[in-house]
Design a protein around this ligand. Sequence first.
Ligand code: SF4
Ligand code: SF4
Length: 166
Amino acid sequence: MAYSFKYRALFLRRSMDVNRIANRARKSISTFCIEECKAYCCRKGHLVVKENEINKVTQGRKNELIAEGKLKPIIGGKYSLYIGDEDNACPSLKGNKCLIHKSRLRPKTCGDFPIYIVDKTVMISGSCTAARAGMFYPYIKKFMKLGYKVSEGSGLLNSDFYKVAE
Ligand code: SF4
Ligand code: SF4
């Protein structure tokens, strides 16, 4: 019993630590995102948005975007929003900055990208410019020190950021 309590406490501490490091790593690239990368991930592919987030993310343009075929319902009561090129970036993007950055209605995948923690693995999207430039290197070492496996590469092209509505 004492052993399982100790093990659980250790597990919780590690998971808090890994999330703290991931948040620090995401924050460390914020200037690069705006000034160098120019918010590439906010103008690429499709973004999955929950029903309650639609009005916020589309800046009130839900009906207009549905009529234009850029917003489509998908399974689970969610929507797929096309944010695939220069002229069709996410409606919440202005001057390479997210207008809803601090809102609780910003999709979780936007806040997590490009680092996702799944069980004992930290996955870093290979489609992120900062990741490709090796900017997460110091954090990768920290994740590994905590005993996490780090997976980098194109696997996250299938993340919510890139799911295509058919
Ligand atoms: S692709 Fe990566 S570096 Fe570029 S804006 Fe997105 S998170 Fe930042
Ligand atoms: S909601 Fe914000 S972070 Fe997410 S795609 Fe749109 S502009 Fe980018």
